[in-house]
Ligand binder design. Sequence first.
Ligand code: HEC
Length: 192
Amino acid sequence: MIRPRPALLCLLVPLLLAGCAPQGGDAARVAKLEKEVAELRAHVEHERTEAAGKPAAADEAAGPELGAQMLELQIRHARLWQAGAARNWILAQFQLAELRETVSGIVETNGDHAALQPQRLADVMPAMLDPALGAMQAAVDGHDGAAFDAAYDQLSQACTGCHAAADHGFLVIQRPITPVLDNLRAEPTPAP
Ligand code: HEC
């Protein structure tokens, strides 16, 4: 085994250091680039989580809130009453169609809502409402006031029935006493 003499070491060390110098420069550059990449990654990650936290993006992913959809359904239900109570059949026809559209929208966008699990809202909602909606359609088509009143109570009971099934039995739906908004005339327009 060759034991390098101190004199040789004195010669070798500066040579080695000189030899390492360019490599050391590369290493420093790589380290700098690595640091920049890490910073960019952190920045991108931050932007992504911030975007995910924005309400619009979150809502899009989760779908519309059932409570808000029910609020719309409540208004449609109330408006249908005003039209039918005034025996304004063309307006009742319109309000019933709007109410049905709202129901379809809920089924489409919230069909798997947690409130009715393990049952599917997409199955329960039509099953509970369809008989009443059918009776209501017949009453409106037939311009039958007494049938309208009966179908309306049947519909309200179906609403309440589902609330009970979803542990929300305290949400009792009834005939409205006063209109929600009174700037939409319920009375039929007299013929000119
Ligand atoms: C498929 C079952 C189902 C049917 C049918 C149903 N609802 Fe609901 N409704 C719910 C559930 C579940 C909630 C509670 C939502 C929540 O947790 O925000 C609710 C909540 C409501 C609320 C309270 C909304 C709020 O946030 O203030 C109203 C009002 C309402 N429903 C009206 C109606 C009316 C009117 C009908 C009938 C035309 C109806 N619902 C039919 C399941 C149903």
